[in-house]
Design a protein around this ligand. Sequence first.
Ligand code: THU
Length: 166
Amino acid sequence: MKKHKITLSFLEFDSIDELDDDDRTLLLRAKEAAKNAYAPYSKFRVGAALRLANGLIVIGNNQENAVYPVGLCAERVALFSAQAQYPDQPIVALAVTAIGSDGKVTQPVPPCGSCRQAMVEAESRHNTPLRVIMQGEEGPVIIAEKMDDMMPLTFAEDFLKKYTVI
Ligand code: THU
């Protein structure tokens, strides 16, 4: 038996003011997007904004449904919209934030596991590291510089390529 340890890292900033212009702009766009979320059931409005390699920014927000599982997270709304419109553009960064309904969100908002899996696919599709910027309504900002730091031991395209004829 062997026990393995995985080391991952992320950056932490005390506030949005410490970010460089690109990251701050992206996070501000995510905050704007959160205001337009459709979240009548959870009342947790999530906003996402991603930057393409050509500099364009695409936004998303959570879209809920009376049939709860039909709803989609902000990150995947942004990701799928970007991939639908700009299939050849790598996604280089994605910011995520949220507005609560019972007090301010003061800690970074982490993407759910399904969104992480979709983000891994975007990374492997274009072979470009995806930077993930996370904040609440205020407070610290954390940044993961690649998806391996968000989700190690990933199931991705290369795995299928090795064992199937795709
Ligand atoms: N949500 C997102 O939009 N992104 C996440 O990564 C976490 C959760 C949404 C889904 C649902 O509409 C609400 O937040 C509560 O889970």
